[in-house]
Design a protein around this ligand. Structure first.
Ligand code: PAD
Ligand code: ZN
Ligand code: ZN
Length: 375
């Protein structure tokens, strides 16, 4: 019985700017009102975690526990938590769903006012931390923190899932898979017969590919500077692979020629401002839509001739594939179990949690799509 008590366990801590992960013994305090303590079973490594390590995106002061793509089991719940109980299998949500704010009440967005993306305080709602190590408080990451054996999240940041779901696979529904898949099926709402291009064939881009395929796109073009990504992309449904470095012409010109005037849908899944502009320019000038999924470095700016928007192109962006987490994550897990889509191919590596630094090396060297850490 651990309920109500401090739990001593291990976590991967980043102590300072650009430092490696350090496995430490930590203390995890019991959940307070409207909080849930979760035993993490599996956690994927996403490029957004690496952005946080590098300071590419804004993050709070160190020390911090990163990680946001996981599956686990509820260990205990705080006062006022009525919809979850110990033993429930869950996925933590980095985009919460409080159910009460203006955004949550609108069908037009999945963002909730409690979302910590871009303004990560690293603290719980009462401005305190549940993690400590060597007498120091440790910050959390975008309402989740999953590179730890136990975490505490707000009850707005957790979705209950089917008890039979394999955590080492469905953890990807906590970020990468849903982000890409939803960008295709929910944000773009691709029609059958569409032509699509995906810039960046990592975990996010390949999940867009899976969504394009499910939605019935007939031409799916993949763009990446790492040709080692092309074999898996083709397996998942990409019809044409292009390396921009093999062409002397700008990539958008290549794509406009290849598609007879531009694509119906372009997805930027890298996080580079230049490829965001290329993606926009590769869409058909009147009926094309560009969706920005990649996270660009903080304070970057894009400029383009506004005339390119005048004939009706659409430019959008989305977090977490436009899915409201509590409403959609349980269904996505059920759809996975019902084999409506297959995400197993995205998991190229599994490692014991202690080897987290090795997992990040696999991502940085371009060798992995997703590495899943097992606890
Ligand atoms: P990843 O590193 O696995 O994939 C990126 C891919 O882009 C790799 O295959 C690279 O080889 C390729 N690439 C790099 N530079 C170029 C270039 N100049 N031209 C073409 N290809 C290139 O990352 P990921 O798939 O985990 O994440 C991709 C981005 O999406 C990243 O910026 C991440 O922070 C962002 C993201 N957004 C959300 C969201 O909710 N919007 C969620 C999760 C991740
Ligand atoms: Zn992510
Ligand atoms: Zn809300």
């Amino acid at each position: 019985e651990t309920a109500g008590k401090v739990i001593k366990c291990r976590a991967a801590i980043i102590w300072g700017d650009k430092q490696p992960f350090s496995i430490e013994d930590i203390e995890v305090a019991p959940p307070r009102a409207h909080e849930v303590r979760i035993k993490i079973l599996a956690s994927g490594i996403c490029r957004s975690d690496d952005h946080a390590v590098n300071g590419t995106i804004s993050n709070p002061a160190y020390p911090i526990i990163l990680g946001h793509e996981a599956a686990g089991v509820v260990e205990s719940v705080g006062e006022g938590v009525t919809n979850l109980k110990p033993g429930d299998k869950v996925i933590p949500l980095f985009v919460p769903q409080c159910g009460e704010c203006r955004c949550c009440k609108s069908p037009k967005t999945n963002i909730c006012v409690k979302t910590k993306l871009g303004n990560n305080t690293g603290l719980m709602e009462d401005n305190t931390s549940r993690f400590s190590c060597k007498g120091k408080d440790i910050y959390n990451f975008i309402g989740t923190s999953t590179f730890t054996e136990y975490t505490v999240v707000s009850d707005a940041n957790v979705a209950k899932i089917d008890a039979s779901a394999p955590p080492e696979k469905v953890c990807l529904i906590g970020c990468g898979f849903s982000t890409g898949y939803g960008s295709a099926v929910k944000v773009a709402k691709i029609e059958p017969g569409s032509t699509c291009v995906i810039f960046g064939l990592g975990g996010i881009g390949l999940s867009v590919v899976i969504g394009c395929k499910v939605a019935g796109a007939t031409r799916i073009i993949g763009v990446d500077i790492n040709p080692e990504k092309f074999a898996k992309a083709k397996e998942l449904g990409v019809t044409d692979c292009i390396n921009p470095q093999d062409n002397t012409k700008p990539i958008h010109e290549v794509l406009i020629e290849l598609t007879g005037g531009g694509v119906d849908y372009a997805f930027e899944c890298i996080g580079h401002i230049n490829s965001m502009t290329s993606a926009l320019l590769s869409t058909h000038y009147a009926l094309g839509t560009c969706i920005i999924v990649g996270v660009a470095p903080k304070s970057s700016q894009i400029s383009f001739d506004p005339m390119i928007m005048l004939f009706g192109r659409t430019l959008k962006g989305a977090c977490f594939g436009g899915f409201k987490g509590k409403d959609c994550v349980p269904q996505l897990v059920s759809d996975y179990l019902a084999k409506k889509f297959d995400l197993d191919g995205l998991v190229t590596h599994t490692l014991p949690f202690e080897k987290i630094n090795e997992g990040f090396e696999l991502l940085r060297s371009g060798k992995s799509i997703r590495t899943v850490l097992l606890f």
